[in-house]
Design a protein around this ligand. Structure first.
Ligand code: TEU
Length: 540
């Protein structure tokens, strides 16, 4: 194994912070950078190596910071650039790196470039964005925005349309324009100079789009642009990069993350995340998860990248429902199922990501009316589907199952008013279960989900097997996920019951030592009955 390149991010564990909902220190109901600084000791205790910080740049917040009006300044509600510098420095003292969210498929319509571009066809910034003439008096084609409706918005002043694959306040940048690419590189370099640990690249697979041919993801020049960016910016630093790539197959993932190609460290692939959706439809169109498919997909990603790429491992982020509510059981088996998903994920090969609150088993937060919803994606979908004849009940059900606010309710720190998140009125309701589910309670209980995460992170730090070992899926009952990791003669068996029922399990392996478990394990592995959600890893 001497050929391994051994980059720091291959043995790292990341923690994603959605700053708006993490910790408010000013009483305005919105989280801030000072709040993150104050909680660094907590994150150090958990053991994470790096923080992926969702966007903190200046933004009018049409999409909570994913619409950026100035890449080199901080959002007023979050603090100042001095706070940001302090966060980087304070994190560094604790051996924690800060990974910035790089949102460069689009800017805000309030970014200086777009304000200029809108002034007219001969403005020097015009070509920074994607403008097209009307066709037969209408939008150039029927490309749709991810946030419902046409991806083209008419501009009265010039009589042209501009492209926005997300909200109309998020105009797409024109990556074919060399000056755009240079400006993005300059901006990235100024953040790298500040000492950040890398970038998470928002919808990066869209930057090679050819809108006229209705090609959005995986456009022909995508990899050329990434190579250029790598050479001009982060390739010159010891940092990590992770691309958000919704359409990645293992073959595509290798194109991004094969070290020889010098593009990105790894990508987020979303194949497992789509398994409870009807194929070819939208994320709102649900179908039950089939466990054998989940096993097959996760196992495929474990074995197919080899040395030509690197996996990222995640169940949650700020766009996804909480795993314990989605595929676990957030009622009678909340603790057991949250630990089961943690054990399953953290002992696989790749870099794990924890989304804030996952480590204490925070759950989805159901709503009863659209007035309670903040997320632009859900609100637009609601109006769109209402006009198409869907019933309110149906739409609210979809939002409760898949809506992004589920993951965005404020972090639950303690049982005091507003869960210790704010002294004011929170921008989004706190989940009413905060008196039971909160950090303070988790830290006091030695059997809490928090300590399972802490243990799993420590196991990764202490055992090269977790980072480098081969992966082999085991034959089991449908609802049981079991795999063996093997490295330099050492073997670990991981067994997870993904159901509310007892499940049979048997293995000829001889158990040598229990490494982690969510309930006591028997002495032998031959013909045992796994209790609901029972999960463990053992040395064999
Ligand atoms: O998400 C990309 C994206 O396509 C999501 O909107 C996704 O389709 C949807 O949320 C599925 O749940 C990224 C960011 O993660 C997201 O927060 C932003 O809204 C979006 O890009 C635009 O920047």
């Amino acid at each position: 194994m001497t050929t391994k390149q051994n980059k720091w991010w291959q043995s790292a564990v990341l923690y994603q912070i959605y700053p708006r909902s993490f910790q408010d220190t000013t009483g305005n109901g919105v989280g801030d950078l000072r709040g993150i600084i104050n909680r660094l000791d907590y994150l150090e205790k958990l053991g994470i190596t790096a923080i992926w910080l969702s966007p903190v740049y200046k933004s009018p917040n049409d999409d909570n910071g994913y619409d950026i009006s100035d890449y080199e300044d901080i959002m007023d509600e979050f603090g100042t650039m001095a706070d940001m510098d302090e966060l980087i420095a304070e994190a560094k003292k604790r051996d924690i790196r800060i990974i910035m969210d790089l949102v460069v498929n689009h800017t805000s319509d309030e970014h200086a470039w777009f304000i200029e571009a809108k002034k007219g066809k001969d403005n020097p910034y015009r070509d920074f964005y994607v403008w097209r003439d009307p066709v037969n008096g209408e939008a150039p084609n029927d490309l749709e925005s991810t946030f419902s409706g046409s991806a083209w918005e008419y501009d009265e002043t010039s009589g042209q349309y501009y492209l926005h694959l997300f909200s109309k306040k998020q105009p797409d940048l024109n990556w074919e324009n060399e000056t755009v690419r240079q400006k993005v590189n300059d901006m990235m370099n100024s953040w790298l100079e500040k000492g950040v640990g890398g970038f998470r690249m928002d919808v990066i697979d869209l930057i090679g789009k050819i809108p006229d041919e209705k090609i959005t993801g995986n456009g022909p020049k995508l990899h050329e642009y990434l190579k250029e960016m790598n050479q001009a910016t982060f390739g010159n630093y010891d940092v990590m990069t992770v691309g958000e790539t919704w359409g990645a197959t293992p073959e595509i993932a290798k194109m991004y993350s094969n070290p020889e190609r010098e593009e990105l460290s790894m990508v987020f692939q979303f194949e497992h995340v789509g398994l409870d959706e009807q194929p070819g439809k939208q994320k709102w169109d649900l179908r039950p998860l089939v466990m054998s498919e989940l096993k097959q997909v996760l196992s495929k990603w474990q074995t197919s990248l080899g040395d030509e790429g690197w996996n990222s491992l995640f169940w949650n982020n700020h766009d996804l429902p909480r795993i314990v509510s989605r595929w676990g059981n957030d009622q009678e088996y909340r603790v057991e199922s949250a630990k089961a998903f943690a054990i399953l994920l953290h002992l696989m090969k790749g870099t794990p990501y924890i989304y804030q609150g996952e480590e204490i088993g925070m759950t989805n937060c159901p709503i009863t009316s659209i007035e309670e919803v903040e997320d632009i994606e859900s609100v637009n979908m609601y109006n769109d589907r209402l006009s198409k004849g869907y019933s309110k009940e149906e739409i609210i059900h979809s939002i409760n199952t898949k809506g992004r606010d589920n993951a965005r309710t404020p972090m639950q720190w303690d049982s005091s008013n507003q869960s210790g998140f704010t002294k004011g009125e929170p921008w989004l309701h706190v989940n009413p279960n905060y008196q039971e589910i909160n950090v303070e309670a988790a830290l006091e209980d030695k059997e809490s989900i928090f300590y399972t995460y802490q243990k799993l992170i420590q196991l990764r730090k202490d055992n090269p097997l977790v980072v480098w070992g081969d992966f082999e899926l085991q034959e089991t009952a449908e609802e049981v996920f079991a795999y063996v990791r093997e490295f330099e003669g050492e073997r670990w068996l991981v067994v997870v019951n993904l159901s509310n029922n007892e499940q049979p399990f048997t293995s000829q392996e001889v158990m040598k030592e229990v490494l982690v478990q969510n309930m006591p394990v028997e002495d032998s592995l031959i013909d045992i009955k796994l209790k609901p959600w029972q999960s463990f890893a053992v040395k064999v």
